[in-house]
Ligand binder design. Sequence first.
Ligand code: SF4
Length: 207
Amino acid sequence: MNTYQKEQFETLNLVRNYMAEHLAVERTKLVSMIKDYLCFRDDTSDFLFTYFGNICTRNCYENKLSACCSKDGIITFFADHVINALVSEISELDAMAAAVQNPAHDFKCIYLGKNGCVWKIKPIVCEMFLCSNAENEVFKKNPESKKAWTDLEARKKRYTWPDRPVLFDALEQYFIASGFKSDLMYMNNSPGLLRLKQNSIKKGHYI
Ligand code: SF4
């Protein structure tokens, strides 16, 4: 496995093992933390299905291009793994681990299986990515969809952009407090995001 695969595999295992060992009480706490985020993801899925379902299926999935699923280039946050594990069956997490160790494609994302992405709740970076061809076609034809997309992007920031306390940071902190660490805890190890947090704390946005 290359470095990217190792980072993914280690985090996947860390989260899976934690879930296996701390079932009922911890799980209930974590599930309540992500409830609102899952509503946001449902709304985003509905939007994408309505406006982009046809074009993405036609241009990218059916002809097996999957252009946005590039090799080792997808940022997955630690929180993406936690959220996905909380809503996945053991067998689905097993399938992810297998995909990471033995990717189905040499030049595509390690999570791209024969039947599509193996995540149940895709990483947020993937969910919110629209290629410019699709964007141009859809937003031109349906101008109202552009406004709806901008609203969804603003909602996304409330969970992921640490200029105030956000879910993605809270989930990292939850595991850090239990003594865990992962290279994918970008909210707590990316210099840029740490700087953003520090500046926001100084401005009093972290109350
Ligand atoms: S995680 Fe899934 S959606 Fe994201 S790039 Fe990989 S295969 Fe594509």
